[in-house]
Design a protein around this ligand. Structure first.
Ligand SMILES: Cc1cc2nc3c(=O)[nH]c(=O)nc-3n(C[C@H](O)[C@H](O)[C@H](O)COP(=O)(O)OP(=O)(O)OC[C@H]3O[C@@H](n4cnc5c(N)ncnc54)[C@H](O)[C@@H]3O)c2cc1C
Length: 426
């Protein structure tokens, strides 16, 4: 429901309450026809609001030579934010947004240099994802899965397969990440479906569930058991692949994360990936925390806009002047900053090839997932009946905020992993 109030808050929320990421309101960022950005004097990310925006001496910030991509993301996000409510209402895929991301050059820039890309750092990737997710989390989620699948196939495939997928990404083909099974659920890296040997490879008869952007993808990253061992394959879309339209959800509606059915689909031997190793890129594992940070920031901005605008007759002052609101806002601001710090630190650990990156990614994800829910819940309380209306962005952020903690690994699975590790280490 693209209500006027929704758009007001989306526009206002981009620059409010310290969680700011405005898309160059001073004209400092514009996306050119070739997808390049022109940066004005404020190109040094001068706004406050997060660890990656505090200046050149911040190790978690995107490298200086890559910061034009942040300006590009901001410019794109200002348009995405205006479309988010209508996409939530219609549940249609954000195709214009996805095309704009590709046209900006971001998709290709994510490829390794050896594959014709720019090998963008995970620090830059994380920030771009946060900015996009803040504007439209469905777009952020689909883009995360698209980049995650493409980069994995390019990185883990043999040279011929790698070149094929790199060329497909450059040409604008879409990728999806088809890993979660109806049975395995959260244990998406441990598939239960067996690939049966056949001429030229293996056959898969089964299904993957909640595959974001699957209906417009040409290529899927799929896993199945080969001789009992989880194995990744690149699978091109063909007549054996169909979609079951299960996705009518409370939030993240425009991801259209349907069930994908594989009817004796050929898993080609020459599209089999090598097993991933510690140094291999893992954009999805790294990005899921940033997705939730973006949702938390959007929820905070909507809450703050309402708090400033709603005058309570009993006091003659806006809600934002009440102590319970200021205290809660302070608490949530600090939590968002902490979640952003943990997520940004994870991207930095990935860039330096740290062996503790995965542990950090799980911790960052669980915290960001919870903070997004907490901030969105505060929005509902501050919003009162007005925020509860379908026309308010507050309820949309609340619905979107529930998803991160369900996505694998869920908050509960993350806590289980982290809890066991820290107890064993003590
Ligand atoms: C918006 C969205 C987009 C998604 N996009 C994709 C995608 O593009 N590709 C893809 O492959 N998948 C995707 N998924 C799937 C997602 O990553 C999860 O795998 C899936 O949501 C798990 O759903 P389930 O119903 O099987 O949950 P279950 O695994 O059944 O979990 C149900 C409950 O049990 C808990 N639980 C499960 N296992 C454990 C355990 N071992 N220990 C403790 N608690 C446990 C969970 O925390 C949860 O509370 C998406 C999901 C969402 C919500």
């Amino acid at each position: 429901m693209a209500a006027a109030g929704d758009q007001d808050v989306a526009a206002d929320g981009e620059g409010s309450a310290g969680q700011s990421d405005s898309a160059g309101s001073d004209g400092s960022a514009s996306v050119g026809p070739s997808g390049g950005a022109s940066a004005g004097p404020s190109a040094g990310l001068s706004e406050s609001g997060g660890p990656s925006e505090s200046g050149g001496d911040d190790p978690f910030a995107p490298p200086v030579e890559e910061r034009r991509w942040i300006l590009i993301a901001r410019a794109l996000a200002s348009v995405f934010a205006e479309r988010a409510a209508a996409l939530d209402e219609s549940g249609e895929l954000p195709m214009d947004n996805l095309r704009a991301l590709h046209a900006s050059g971001l998709d290709v820039a994510m490829l390794p240099r050896s594959a014709g890309g720019e090998g963008l750092s995970m620090r830059t990737f994380g920030e771009v994802l946060r900015i996009v997710s803040r504007a439209c989390p469905s777009t952020g989620c689909i883009w995360l899965m698209h980049i995650g699948a493409a980069v994995t196939l390019v990185s883990l495939g043999d040279p011929e397969s790698s070149a094929y997928y790199a060329a497909e990404l450059k040409a604008g083909s879409r990728f999806a990440n088809a890993l979660s099974e109806p049975t395995s659920g959260n244990m998406f890296l441990i598939p239960m479906q067996e690939a049966e040997p056949t001429g030229g490879g293996f056959r898969l008869a089964g299904a993957k569930r909640f595959v974001s952007g699957c209906e417009v993808a040409s290529h899927y990253l799929v896993n199945a058991l080969v001789d009992g061992v989880p194995t990744f394959f690149g699978v091109d879309r063909d007549a054996s692949i169909s979609f079951v339209p299960i996705w009518d959800t409370m939030g993240m509606r425009a991801t259209r994360s349907q069930l994908v059915s594989f009817d004796d689909t050929l898993l080609r031997a020459d599209r089999r990936c090598r097993p991933p190793g510690p140094g291999d890129p893992n954009p999805i594992g790294i990005g899921l925390a940033m997705l939730s940070v973006g949702v938390a920031e959007a929820a905070f901005a909507a809450m703050a806009t309402h708090a400033r605008g709603r005058v309570i007759p009993a006091t003659g002052a806006p809600l934002s002047a009440m102590q319970w609101v200021t205290f809660e806002a302070a608490e949530m601001h600090v939590r968002i900053t902490a979640a952003h710090l943990l997520a940004a630190r994870t991207t930095w650990l990935a860039d330096v090839g740290s062996p503790v990156m995965l542990d950090a990614a799980i911790e960052a994800k669980l915290y960001a997932n919870e903070v997004a829910r907490q901030v969105a819940d505060l929005g509902v309380r501050v919003g009162g009946g007005s925020g509860y209306l379908r026309t308010s962005p507050i309820q949309r952020h609340f619905r979107d905020a529930q998803a991160g903690g369900l996505m694998a690994y869920s908050v509960e699975v993350c806590k289980d992993v982290v809890g066991r590790r820290v107890l064993d280490a003590s």
